[in-house]
Design a protein around this ligand. Structure first.
Ligand SMILES: Cc1ncc(COP(=O)(O)O)c(C=O)c1O
Length: 447
């Protein structure tokens, strides 16, 4: 068992053999409570009988049919389900196999849209620093996370980055939410003016920033101002809901809570809940019509687009969320978790901020709460927390580079929507112990 090229080399990893509700069990029988859904993926837990049944039923009928030759009933049905609950104006679904592919599709749809409509100068993509939009070269170019993109820099296309909307560090103490959200959003206006409005194709952002910042929601009014600026300049708005979407924040789409709709939206992760690899780009009717009235084809495709087994799994997941009323659970359990985190960490000298929406919450860790000074990145606090958490049978999602792409640490918590109050108690207790042990190990090492 040593031919797999793991993402981090040299470490020993437990071997996962079974899923049981919110738990993953390893080969030695150790149970890990999944407080992060992997990376905000496993929204139904790990052993959902309905989803497993749907996958088996589909494979007994038809496992695969290439989309160059056929559509399938299940792909059509899933698209209908998605569009019936999508933000206003979104009317078509382009299937892919994951989040990075969904973002690539959104970026390329944006560019080809202007190719179809004859606005050939529109080519620039504007995004935000400290964002993550995926790991393929296009998605990585759009993302703003220094550590992830550094080795590939010479191969990336040049995207333009504005500041994230990051109240904890960027909002001045006397500044109102309205003034701050306006100031942060107006960076987009300035970037568009700098580049020349007629050259900008799209702006892409995660409504609630996940992997790279730890569940940072926008300040009130930020996204509606962004929508307004995009509309003023004919720039397409891409919302990347790969991580924060499909119910994670307590509404099916995160942007519902901000009262706006994008032109393009990427979804993945919770869409198939990990039962099958699947993602999608949701596309406005206006963009689709430009293709239909133009060249008639999108010059992009994947062999596994609309894979019937993956569509069957996603359809079963989405039906389960709807019929079992799980969004209400996300809101209720999310509130319980938020309160439990406040109770446990409000006085912790190293937890600077507790934030997020629904079951998508984050803790930002600091060396000093007063000054918000980060831990030295070389100490890799986030990696220590992950190690300590796993030792205690807890999966959470710590990461570094929170403050500026290099400095800063956070822990993301995104448990399955079926999590119980008892599970939440366990999560908070083990997380507290893991953070304490990690900080203690740093103190010891520095003596
Ligand atoms: C917001 C966002 N976009 C895109 C991606 C890429 O998704 P995937 O890892 O499925 O390619 C991620 C993954 O974490 C993400 O959080």
């Amino acid at each position: 068992m040593n031919h797999v090229f793991h993402r981090v080399l040299g470490g020993e990893m437990p071997v996962a053999v079974k899923g049981d509700g919110v738990f993953i069990i390893d080969r030695d029988g150790k149970r890990y409570i999944d407080a992060s859904g992997g990376a905000a993926v496993s929204c139904l837990g790990h052993s959902d009988a309905d989803v497993r049944r749907a996958i088996i039923d589909q494979t007994e009928k038809l496992s695969f049919a290439h989309t160059a030759f056929f559509t399938t009933e299940v792909a059509e049905e899933l698209a209908e389900h998605l569009i019936s609950s999508a933000p206003a104006g979104l009317d078509r679904v382009f299937y892919v196999s994951g989040g990075s592919e969904a973002v690539e599709v959104c970026l390329k749809l944006a560019r080809q849209y202007f190719f179809e409509t004859g606005e050939l100068e529109r080519r620039h993509i504007i995004a935000r620093r400290q964002s993550y939009h995926g790991i393929t070269l296009g998605a990585l170019s759009a993302g703003g996370h220094v550590w992830r993109s550094e080795p590939f820099e010479p191969m990336l296309f040049q995207a333009h980055h504005i500041a994230p909307c990051y109240s904890y560090r960027e909002q001045a103490s006397q500044e109102s939410d309205e003034a701050y959200s306006r100031r942060a959003a107006d960076e987009l206006e300035a970037a568009i003016q700098d580049l020349g409005p007629e050259t900008v194709a799209a702006f892409i952002a995660e409504p609630v920033v996940g992997a790279t910042m730890g569940a940072v929601p926008p300040a009130p009014g930020y996204l509606s101002r962004i929508r307004e600026i995009c509309d003023q300049h004919g720039v397409l708005l891409i919302l990347d809901e790969v991580m924060c979407g499909m119910g994670r924040t307590g509404t099916l789409h995160a942007c519902e809570q901000d009262g706006i709709a994008p032109d393009l939206m990427s979804v993945a992760k919770g869409f198939g809940a990990g039962y099958q690899p699947i993602g999608a780009a949701l596309v406005s009717g206006r963009i689709y019509d430009a293709f239909a009235n133009g060249s008639g084809s999108f010059r992009h495709s994947h062999t596994y687009s609309g894979h019937p087994t993956a569509c069957a799994a996603a359809l079963a997941v989405q039906r389960a969320i709807e019929t079992r009323g799980l969004l209400a659970n996300v809101r209720a359990r999310g509130e319980t978790l938020r309160i439990a985190l406040y109770d446990r960490f409000a006085d912790d000298p190293h937890v600077g901020d507790i934030r997020g929406r629904g079951l998508f919450l984050g803790l930002e860790l600091v060396a000093d709460r007063e000054t918000k000074q980060t831990f030295d990145p070389s100490l890799k606090l986030h990696a220590r927390i992950k190690r300590e958490a796993m030792a205690r049978g807890l999966m959470c999602y710590p990461s570094g580079g929170t403050a500026d792409g290099v400095r800063g640490d956070h822990v993301l918590i995104a448990p399955p929507f079926i999590v119980s109050p008892d599970d939440l108690d366990q999560i908070v207790e083990r997380l507290g112990a893991a953070i304490d042990a990690s900080v203690t190990s740093i103190r010891r090492a520095s003596k």
